[in-house]
Design a binder for this molecule. Structure first.
Ligand code: FAD
Ligand code: NAI
Length: 465
């Protein structure tokens, strides 16, 4: 057998690569992870999940003070924004967490190779001037921002920015246009709206948040409009010019029609992300991405090239950190000769706005396409904890198979929907029926009781409605 430097080498140290590398090392494999960034943790820790949540969390407090929510509870304060301090706590969170991964690499004896990796052959990569060999190589290179033709991003200038620039604006823009009413647009748009920007969201489709349940998408539009975001749905951006500190966008109805212009101090481009395969020299191993630029894999994350596997944002499926992490664990287990399972039918997704929006499994539309369903819905306004906390917006919806009662999907809008969806995922993983959830004792008073009530509503028998 050939003598390799490592048993397994991961390319990319995002949630896919770093988690996979740690699991591989835990399983006794000689493991390396190549990362071109100066810090570990990938998009998620450096410029994604973590810094965006740091800004969302902090701006939520500011908003609660500014919009009268705190006064309603007898706490009268006039908030004063210290934006440098808000950025400092974001930078500190990133710094601590990325260093934490470096510590875990050391502890687990994962070799971190700092540099850009490209294939020499299926068992060899080049990093700088050195080459490294491994029995198995896992591509975990993640994704990057999809550019919009005609709208040039310049994060340094801060007028037309992508999500990375949108996290770091040095001042609150007076006016901001968000191109794309998806997850990033609504999360970062919310941050700057809360801090005082007048935000307009331009979305190509007739509803926000494609991929989520139809009721969530309709309710989301109402909630964001109520919070003061201007929504321009069924509208496309056809061009952008920047003069000094102002951008002027040309808009048109998505179906075509008369053009108009919109001027803003800041434009955030958030129309999706694309898999990172450029610069890997995939030609050297004869691996060709599919039409969407993704690397196709089988159930064991094997590509069409022997010895090369792929996980995370670079392969088909939702571009989510926890999906990448679970694939990282599973691929390491396959490589170590164990069985690694990821149930791609039960991957929760959460939009961390106020309130949060979350779902797992099939949307009602998808479930109805497959067969007969029963649906139970319960409003957060009837949940005692949400009501007491002045959080009346939202609902929980449980979708169950009409014949078997098995839960097919759960969707919710609630202040803590991201936390509530975990029980739905766990239930679905164990094949729960709506009755199982309805008869599970939930602590009172909690937002989670709304999940139980929505499950009871599947049989038409909620108590508090
Ligand atoms: P990545 O995290 O993208 O990591 C890949 C790494 O590979 C990068 O560090 C890159 O530098 C490195 N790399 C690429 N090519 C090479 C090479 N040739 N050689 C060496 N290194 C290379 N997801 C959630 O689940 N929850 C959230 O709240 C959330 N918030 C987000 C907010 C924002 C603003 C953004 C942009 C994304 C967010 N995401 C969120 C998505 C999440 O960040 C990704 O799904 C996740 O990071 C994907 O993990 P990954 O390991 O596949 O790739
Ligand atoms: P997205 O796919 O969520 O949303 C992009 C939106 O832009 C869609 O609504 C789409 O219809 C619209 N769009 C596309 N082209 C357009 C155009 N020319 N004009 C107007 N609208 C246009 O992509 P986004 O928000 O950039 O996020 C990328 C990915 O990052 C997400 O899909 C998600 O996987 C991940 N992410 C996850 C988060 C979370 O889990 N909370 C937070 C942020 C990102």
């Amino acid at each position: 057998m050939a003598d390799y430097d490592f048993d397994v080498l991961f390319i990319g140290a995002g949630p896919g690569g770093y988690v996979g590398a740690i699991r591989a090392a835990q399983l006794g494999l000689r493991t390396a992870c190549v990362e071109s960034r100066a810090t570990l943790g990938g998009t998620c820790l450096n410029v994604g999940c973590i810094p965006s949540k740091a800004m969302l969390h902090a701006s939520e407090f500011f908003d609660a003070a500014a919009n009268g929510t705190m006064a309603k509870m007898g706490v009268e304060v006039t908030p004063k924004l210290n934006l440098p301090a808000m950025h400092a706590q974001r930078i500190d969170a990133v710094d601590q967490l990325t260093k934490g991964i470096a510590f875990l690499f050391k502890k687990n004896k994962v070799t971190w190779l700092n540099g850009h990796a490209s294939f020499v052959d299926a068992h060899t990569v080049k990093v700088g001037d050195a080459t490294h060999t491994a029995k198995e190589i896992v591509i975990a290179t993640g994704s990057s921002v999809t550019p919009l033709p005609g709208v040039e991003v310049d994060n340094a200038k801060g007028v037309v920015v992508d999500s990375t620039g949108g996290l770091e604006l040095p001042a609150v823009p007076k006016t901001m246009v968000v191109i794309g009413g998806g997850v990033i647009g609504l999360e970062l748009g919310s941050v700057w709206r809360r801090l005082g920007a007048e935000v307009t969201v331009v979305e190509y489709l007739d509803l926000l948040l494609p991929g989520m349940d139809g009721d969530i998408r309709k309710e989301a539009a109402k909630i964001f409009a109520k919070q003061g975001m201007k929504l321009r749905l069924s509208t496309k951006v056809t061009g952008c010019t920047v003069k000094g500190k102002k951008a002027t966008l040309t808009l048109e109805p998505a179906a075509g029609g008369e053009a108009e212009t919109l001027t803003a101090d800041c434009v955030l481009v958030s129309i999706g992300r694309k898999p990172n395969t450029d610069g890997l020299n995939l030609e050297a191993i004869g691996l060709e991405p599919n039409k969407r630029g993704q690397i196709e894999v089988d159930g064991e994350f094997r590509t069409s090239v022997e010895g090369v596997r792929a996980i995370g944002d670079v392969v088909p499926g939702p571009m989510l950190a926890h999906k990448a992490e679970d694939e990282g664990i599973a691929v390491a287990e396959w490589i170590a000769g164990e069985i690694g399972i990821v149930n791609h039918g039960v991957i929760p997704s959460v939009v961390y706005t106020w309130p949060e929006m979350a779902g797992v499994g099939l949307t009602e539309e998808q479930a109805r396409e497959k067969g007969e369903v029963n649906v139970g819905k319960f409003p957060m306004a009837a949940n005692s904890r949400a009501k007491t906390n002045h959080e009346p917006d939202g609902f929980v919806k449980v979708i169950a198979d009409a014949a078997t009662d098995r839960v097919l999907g759960v969707w919710c809008i609630a202040s803590v929907a991201g936390t509530m969806i975990a029980e739905a995922a766990l239930g679905m993983e164990f094949g729960a029926t709506s009755e199982d959830i309805a008869y599970t004792c939930h602590a009172h008073p909690t937002h989670a009781e709304a999940v139980k009530e929505a499950a009871m509503a599947v049989r038409g028998k909620p108590i508090h409605m």
